[in-house]
Design a protein around this ligand. Sequence first.
Ligand code: NAP
Length: 484
Amino acid sequence: MAQKRTVKVAIIGAGMSGLCMAAKLQDAGIHTFTIFEQADEVGGTWRDNSYPGLSCDVPSRFYSYSFHPNPAWSRFMSPGPEIQSYLCSVAEQRGIRSHIRFGTEVSSAQFWEGRWWVVTKDGEEAFDVLITATGVLRVPRYPDIPGLDSFGGPTFHSSRWDHSVLLSDKRIGLIGTGSTGVQITAELGGKVRELTIFQRTPQWVLPTPNLRYSRLTKAAMRRWPALNKLAYRFWQGYIENAVGRAAVEPCWQRGLLAALCRLYLQSVRDRELRRKLTPDYHAMCKRLILAGHYYQALQEPGVDVVTEAIDHVERNGVVTADGRLHQLDLLVLATGFDARAYVRPMRIIGEGGVTLDETWVDGAKAYRSVAVPGYPNLFMLMGPHSPIGNQSLVMVAETQADFAMRWINRIRDGHILAAAPTEAATKDYNEELKAALPQTVWMTGCNSWYLGTDGLPELFPWKPVRHRELLADPDDDDFDVRSA
Ligand code: NAP
């Protein structure tokens, strides 16, 4: 009988995915893991983002770990700080914090003689398995606008909010109308001296009121945990079968969601403003925005939507292509993230000294979103073509972590030493995936952060259930397996 081994696991990142992986390891009785976290707190995106109006736009019951329900969610869709507290409490309650090396950035990780050598400022350490949990939207994207540095007032990216700046007395310029820009607008519209929104492309918005949960609901959820489970499944069903299906195949759900967006747009009474806000592409082509107060906020006094292109920025404000100077005191850049960064700037070096940058020179590709040929015992959470978009990334992280666990258990049980997907299986999978992309709404003619350098969406082109099926059971024929 095979001898049980001690498996040392390195997890990079203590955000939602990294904590999920840690919890799965604990549940399997594996406590020999270390989480490397460059910041000094857990939470990832929910720690970094703290802009006014920050909220999740996936129902909170479903945007939670299935193994750690939270009866205390205050709203249908949780405010950002509440999610951050939830992640902190998971780390606390499960005793994960003692495994985390805070303030420790991993500069590189190399597979060498059967182990992963992780390099930090403290030196080098060997692990059997490497898990990357570095998030999707981590690296802020700053716009390349002439004169941006010459602006006289404070300027910051939405994910680096400077809370020392008082907002109410300011003329605020907001660049960007993605999910972030919309949430900031919905929160600040009418509450600050002026809010000037620089919109390059209008967005479709699905009207979604964010109702409060009553004390009675919270008490019932606490008293009967089965209710929480039921709610989780209900919202999972809705998100996956309505939004999830509509994104990947032409269906009545796609038409219905588009109709609801058009109907919501009609609530804008001013015809000129409505014209400015009307997109010329299909709803959901860009990530669908869910908001309950956006159009109302845009119609508040002091709020202006500027659709003229930005020409440059100068000391006193933003100058648009028509030569007009928009005088501002504060500039907020809600200009998104580098969604193609993945683990960068960290260097991952696989077999034969090949780097992930070299492997991905023609675009990021993985086996079923989690593993890469030539990189044994490397498992990625939120790797290329993960089912992101309008899905619950918590569910995605759980599915991917469970897949990694199946291999880790086999290593721990002494059955294998290492596994990496074959080139052939990865190629076949990516070809099948590419063939499915034209069906998706993301290719109906718009620009978005979903698109890779080849112009194709780097998303999972099937329904979320297929992702779970694909990762349910490792297919040994698809892997190069080294036995003990
Ligand atoms: P985003 O969707 O990439 O939007 C960036 C915005 O900035 C777009 O409106 C873009 O215009 C504009 N922009 C970029 N460069 C510009 C320039 N040089 N001049 C003028 N405008 C420029 O970024 P985001 O709003 O931060 O959202 C990113 C993602 O984060 C979301 O899609 C979502 O996945 C996630 N998020 C989630 C939530 C949630 O509630 N779950 C909340 C916030 C964010 P174009 O459209 O013309 O490119």
